[in-house]
Design a protein around this ligand. Sequence first.
Ligand code: PAF
Length: 281
Amino acid sequence: MQTFHTLAELRAALHDFPARTLVPTMGNLHAGHLALVARGRELGAPVVASIFVNRLQFGPHEDFDRYPRTLERDTALLSQAGCSFLFAPDEAEMYPEPQTFCVRPDPALAGILDGAARPGHFEGVATVVMKLFAMVQPTAAVFGKKDYQQLMLIRRMVAQFALPIAIAGLDTVRDADGLALSSRNGYLTPAQRAQAPQLQAALHALAKAARGAHLPEDVLALESRAMRDLTAQGWTPDYLTVRRRCDLLAPGADDLREGAPMVALAAARLGATRLIDNLEC
Ligand code: PAF
């Protein structure tokens, strides 16, 4: 695997590879990221992984400063996983001047759920992903379904800007006890780690109950109860909700009657650590 820290070096190296698959990450890699690389390799073109902790997508009181930077270990993992190129720019390379041109995603999608809890987050994500697309010029890119709303937003951005990039979404990789892998799991104390699978259990219970609901108000009541139960277990939930898969809006009576594809989504804090997860249902 070849590692580049500058755009000029990356572009020179990629010159001979018209097809390439991008796996964008913020580093501190785990098996979920390596599964994205494996999926990228299946697509046939050389995989370009990027590692960049993107300040633009963090709120002022979020964990940008303490987000783990583990480039040496990440490089070894990517190399073992068969990644061809690693692009790891520093902030000056990614943002040589203040990024005053930004991608503003549709608030109907970017202003709800995680977008409501983290104002500006998805603008930061869309802007850096658009910039990575411009830098790497991939023919395909792989994103995890754990960041469900992010994946939907990227798909829409690619469609609306007619970018010639095939977006692949990959199922969430989980630990044996069901906890979705996340770099932020490393913030949990041993006691919190033992408790963390409760989030996925809450999603399972809510998804199952919502599948039996006939009216939107029944779903709302189930969500309120699920939030109360999670709170009683010591969590501080931002949301625990069932939405339509097509647009992440609340299901109407027709959706419930017709069994429209849905997804249960959750974001909740355990101590100082905010975890997200989701379950298609
Ligand atoms: O999912 C992530 O790790 C980040 O949001 C991404 C896509 C790498 C953009 O910084």
